[in-house]
Design a protein around this ligand. Structure first.
Ligand code: FA5
Length: 352
């Protein structure tokens, strides 16, 4: 068999294909079930045994050469098609690409970050504390003895008879003071403590069993120029609410009882959902309790290792979810942890 003549004819057929459709036809004629190349390779079985190896080798080499020619021709057509597309203006490399979707920050994180930025710009430092807390720091050190009714108002998840899930971020007050005293106390001390807290509560529109607070603590010398007063406390609270709620808010201060502050206050915000008329969110009162605060009780300063004759301070404990609800007009606290993507997707995407 004249494989040289076949070779020339087949390579010419591949080279003669004018477009990819013609190339596909040629490929079918050569390599299809009854293709000429396939026939040639198969014909080895009709030869005498001794002639088979040499013929088989030559036929396979030819088959590979023609296959490579087909692949090279196909590449040529693809490259030419790309050039045509670019030249014809169908492809515009300056067009913006398809935008990949991005996640959003959780609204509690957004507001917490803003508060941290605000307070650090005022010279506060971020402080952390454990979520599994001892009875001592959660209650005793905060002037809440064992038989005190305040323990019942914060329904506690007890882990052992001495350890619990912290019911508020206030235990970090005493931890921070003790650490600062150990390191040689340098007033003023200004800290914020954002964190997760837990209470065995019946969940409703404004109550969760797991929620976020942000504690603030400022301590300075009681005498001299630096004395801290209730005026400083109120000013700080109002600045904080103005920034985070992005508007001037109507607030009211009323006496509040917390054993770790004296005097203690409840700072309430006029309910933005009903404009103070009374609705389910504010439990018909027209006000939302948002910022309990007060002057640090002398016993707390003592527990922290400071002399209350020498030092004075204020503290606050903000309910973060409540602030976020006011900021974005969310009327049910259960949405935060509900896991509904449609709720979360409403908040701004994380920046690029
Ligand atoms: C406290 O937890 C005090 N440690 C706050 C404090 C700190 C007072 C420093 C004085 C000085 P209270 O139990 O009121 O206080 O809770 C503080 C805030 O957390 C409330 O105003 C409210 O906004 C929020 N909060 C309380 N319970 C819940 C709950 N179950 N779900 C969501 N938010 C809550």
């Amino acid at each position: 068999m004249d494989t040289q003549a076949l070779r020339e004819r087949w390579l010419a057929a591949v080279a003669a294909a004018a477009d990819s459709a013609a190339l596909a036809d040629a490929e079918a004629r050569l390599f299809g079930p009854k293709g000429e190349v396939v026939d040639l390779v198969r014909s080895v079985t009709s030869l005498p045994k001794e002639a088979r190896p040499a013929f088989g080798k030559a036929a396979n080499a030819l088959k590979q050469e023609v296959e490579a020619a087909v692949a090279a021709r196909r590449e040529q057509f693809a490259a030419a098609a790309m050039v045509r597309e670019l030249d014809g203006g169908a492809f515009d490399p300056t067009e913006p690409g398809v935008r990949a979707p991005r996640g959003t920050l959780h609204p509690i994180t957004i507001v917490q970050n803003e508060l941290v930025d605000l307070f650090t710009s005022l010279g506060f430092q971020w402080q952390d504390g454990p979520e599994v807390e001892s009875e001592f720091f959660n209650f005793d050190a905060l002037n809440i003895p064992g038989d005190h009714p305040a323990r019942e108002s914060q329904d506690t998840f007890w882990l052992t008879d001495k350890n619990l899930l912290r019911t508020h971020t206030s235990p970090v007050q005493v931890r921070t003071l003790q650490r600062a005293v150990k390191q040689g106390f340098q007033p003023p001390l200004k800290v914020i403590v954002p964190g997760r807290v837990f209470r065995s509560e019946t969940v409703d529109r404004t109550h969760e069993h797991t929620f976020y607070q942000m504690e603030g603590l400022v301590v300075d010398r009681a005498h001299g120029d630096s004395g801290i007063s209730i005026a400083n406390l109120i000013h700080t609270m109002k600045t904080c609410l103005r920034v985070v709620l992005e508007r001037d808010v109507q607030v009211r201060l009323r006496p509040g009882f917390f054993p770790f502050v004296e005097p203690g206050f409840e700072l309430d915000v006029n309910c933005p959902f009903c404009k103070g008329q009374g609705c389910p969110v504010c439990k018909q009162s027209g006000w939302i309790e948002i910022l309990p605060c007060g002057m640090v009780h002398p016993n707390v300063l003592r527990a922290g290792g400071l002399d209350p004759e020498e030092f004075v301070g204020f503290a606050f404990g903000m309910g973060l979810q409540r602030v976020v609800m006011l900021r974005y007009g969310i009327d049910d606290i259960r949405q935060f942890m509900g896991g509904d993507h449609r709720f979360l997707a409403q908040f701004p995407e994380v920046s690029r």
